[in-house]
Write a protein that binds this ligand. Structure first.
Ligand code: NAD
Length: 285
């Protein structure tokens, strides 16, 4: 059994939310996007329009497809404007308190029977579900960055997620042209459980003087066929995000093999956060 999804709400218009809204509308869903910050909402919608104009210029979409997609996107200035959505995908700041508050609000404002999904990278789906009165309708839909480009979505079942809810989320992911992998609700799910320790180990390799920044990245690009080296990728993701996910793995799994590298902590303390702050393992202008 699957639920019919016509209208998708997106909470958060940052890097991920805007990408999810773009892909939802491009797949023909009526899409509503909300952010607490009016400025972020405006920037997010403007960014989607720019991305669509680029796709048109490159011949990837037609003018008609662009017009249709733009018409399907509705910026919303209050959370209760999402009340009639069949599925809401939350992509707000990665902070437990913020997410718990949003899910309590969603649970009381969104029509009963609607699915509440989260794009969290590291917070437990079961814990998020537990703050609502509908834990069977809460699911993880973990999109990758940048959303319109990356093919993968990790689907995560919380302890109480129903099969109907999971199958509905899976069908939406398929209609968006993405490929689903299923992960259990354990710290880091599958992608970050594997990726982050590799990045952390690359930082240790640098910290212990085994090889230089450029040699570590070159080694992994040319030696293991990765499109980006681990340190370059860490700068792209954000070193604060990498550290936060390592902390979740370390706390949640309790094994010292997940301890964050002291050099990673030091860079974050110095606000060398990667691309977004202009400096990480590399410098950006
Ligand atoms: P971001 O900082 O770019 O955007 C977060 C947005 O949430 C901001 O615009 C902020 O104004 C908004 N926000 C904060 N509190 C809110 C609230 N109460 N209601 C509505 N909006 C609120 O962050 P991001 O990189 O887009 O990450 C969003 C989520 O996606 C996080 O959970 C993150 O872990 C996850 N994620 C990120 C990536 C990545 O590579 N950046 C990849 C996969 C998943």
């Amino acid at each position: 059994m699957m639920k019919e999804i016509k209208t998708i709400g997106v909470v958060g218009a940052g890097q991920m939310g805007r990408g999810i809204a773009q892909v939802a509308a491009s797949s023909g869903y009526q899409t509503k996007i909300f952010d607490v910050s009016a400025e972020c909402l405006e920037n997010g919608v403007a960014f989607i329009h720019q991305q669509l104009a680029r796709s048109l210029a490159k011949g990837r979409i037609t003018q008609e497809q662009l017009d249709q997609t733009v018409l399907l996107i509705d910026p919303i200035s209050k959370l209760d404007g999402l009340s009639d959505c069949d599925l809401v995908i939350e992509a707000a700041t990665e902070n437990r308190k913020i997410k718990f508050e949003i899910f309590q609000q969603l649970d009381s404002t969104i029509k009963s029977g609607a699915i509440l999904a989260t794009n969290t990278s590291s917070i437990s789906i079961t814990e998020i579900a537990a703050v609502t009165s509908r834990p069977e309708l809460v699911v993880g839909m973990h999109f990758m960055n940048p959303v319109p480009v990356m093919k993968l979505v990790e689907g995560i079942r919380g302890l109480e997620t129903s099969n109907e809810c999971y199958d509905t989320a899976a069908a939406v992911i398929e209609r968006m042209g993405k490929v689903l992998v299923t992960a259990n609700d354990m710290p880091g799910f599958a992608v970050n459980r594997i990726l982050m320790p590799m990045i952390n180990e690359a930082v240790y390799t640098l910290h212990e003087g085994v090889a230089s920044v450029t040699d570590i990245d070159q080694a992994m690009k040319l030696g293991t066929n990765q499109p980006m080296g681990p340190l370059e990728l860490a700068d792209f993701i954000g070193l604060d995000t990498c550290l936060a996910i390592m902390d979740v793995l370390h706390d949640g799994l309790g094994d010292t093999k997940y301890r964050p590298c002291p050099l990673l902590k030091q860079y974050v303390a110095a606000k060398r956060l990667g691309r977004k702050s202009g400096r990480g393992f590399y410098e950006y202008n």
